[in-house]
Design a protein around this ligand. Structure first.
Ligand code: ACO
Length: 388
């Protein structure tokens, strides 16, 4: 029996496939430009806060003072996590990857919500804001539990960035550290139809609840080709150890066809504008924290990679310096991707709501190239190998 073939084009990786019209994010990957709702990332990083940016992404406009007060008040009211979630975190193996913990905890929030599903878009946003506000509490609680300390409840009257740094240590965070963290959260909040946002959109298109939507996003962001690259990029810098080793590392990696983490992007074929902002913050932080060798090593890897990759569209992306920045803020490496979640929930929510306003179940096709109509063989006559 012959295979069925249709005259179709396969879009591997869904490159250049549009799944909706959107007013949330515009990227010009050839011109190094990124806009959230029309505002450039440079403007937002200079003037906005993560809370304002989240409001902008989710609702579509920059909030007035009273709208912002209401929004931050809501986040604050949601920040505390309930005792049974803390109990669950205590029971998870301390060696668990924090992304697995976060995925489990966000999924559990849905179980604890007496009414997780809703058709009302405002109620969906509310549930997403509750998750957004609780994620820093979950990450820091697990971090403290696995290192033998008690979780610290949120202090209140602090931003997402400030609360996160406070709950990690229990100390009032340095205002400049809070600023750096806040800018990092702004830079990671949204990036159009990337893999995790698409995963959220697919889940939302089935009308699943927001806990399922965000759990899908977390699972997808986890991979080393997406959110996990920041951890890998820092590990590379730490392994290289000194600017003088950078060139031999890069040559060896490229010779053996290994990818240099923190480089390359599906959309940016030039400098990632977020990288430029983070690099500057990283440079300032390195001087302040006395960690210039770390920064100089990253810079040497970048310089060498750009020299050897000259003529290719492979440039540093946001992850080439984000890991270094988080490391200098005293954050453990495996918390970097959870921090990404702590920010990206805003973008996931914005896209989910926008898609649901004119929902259509996402159901692409696969071109079948196998056989059909095979006779069912008795177990004793099976080859135990794929069919020829
Ligand atoms: N280092 C070395 N070579 C690279 C790199 C890299 N970082 N990225 C791509 N290339 C090369 C590939 O080996 C391939 O070469 P070939 O044609 O000789 O086989 C060519 O460039 C094209 O690679 P693709 O994977 O097809 O390019 P794509 O646009 O799909 O890549 C991706 C995007 C997956 C991000 C890739 O650049 C990569 O793996 N980078 C490293 C991981 C990383 O930093 N990810 C973070 C992305 S940003 C984010 O998610 C927040």
């Amino acid at each position: 029996m012959s295979t069925i073939r249709e005259p179709v084009v396969i879009h591997k990786g869904l490159d250049n496939v549009y799944v909706k019209e959107s007013k949330i994010c515009y990227i010009d990957g050839e011109a190094s430009k990124l806009f959230y709702r029309g505002y450039s990332i440079e403007e937002l990083a200079s003037h906005s806060t993560f809370e304002e940016t989240s409001y902008l992404l989710i609702y579509g406009w920059l909030p007035t003072e009273s709208q912002l007060d209401q929004f931050t008040g809501k986040l604050e009211s949601y920040r505390v996590i309930e005792p049974r979630l803390l109990d669950l975190l205590r029971k998870l193996p301390p060696k668990s990857d924090p992304m697995d913990v976060l995925r489990t905890a966000v999924s559990a929030l849905g179980v604890y919500d007496p009414q997780p599903a809703t058709d009302d878009l405002d109620a969906r946003i509310d549930k997403a804001l509750a998750i957004l506000a609780k994620v820093p509490t979950i990450i820091t609680a697990f971090q403290r539990l696995r290192t033998g300390s008690d979780p610290i409840p949120p202090k209140g009257h602090m931003t997402q960035a400030g609360e996160f740094l406070y709950m990690l240590t229990g100390h009032e965070p340095d205002p400049h550290d809070v600023h750096v963290m806040d800018v990092a959260l702004i830079l990671h909040a949204e990036h159009e139809m990337n893999a995790s946002t698409f995963a959220c959109t697919v889940t939302a298109s089935t009308l699943a609840d927001m806990y399922s939507v965000i759990t899908s996003g977390i699972g997808t962001l986890r991979g080393p080709l997406h959110g996990g690259a920041n951890e890998a990029a820092l590990r590379t810098v730490l392994d290289v150890g000194d600017p003088s080793n950078a060139d031999s590392y890069v040559v060896d990696a490229l010779t053996h066809k290994k990818r240099i983490m923190g480089f390359g992007h599906r959309v940016y074929k030039t400098w990632d504008p977020r990288y430029l902002i983070l690099k500057k913050l990283g440079e300032e932080l390195a001087v302040k924290k006395g960690q210039t060798k770390l920064f100089d090593t990253a810079l040497a890897i970048e310089t060498s990679a750009r020299k050897h990759l000259e003529g290719t569209p492979i440039f540093p992306n946001v992850d080439s310096y984000s890991g270094i920045v988080f490391h200098m803020l005293g954050i453990e490496t495996d918390l970097f991707t959870p921090i990404f979640v702590m920010s990206r929930i805003s973008g996931w929510t914005a896209h989910t709501i926008e898609y649901l306003e004119a929902n259509r179940l996402i159901r692409p096709k696969a071109l079948y190239v196998g056989k059909i109509g095979l006779p069912y063989p008795p177990i004793e006559s099976r080859s135990g190998k794929p069919q020829e």
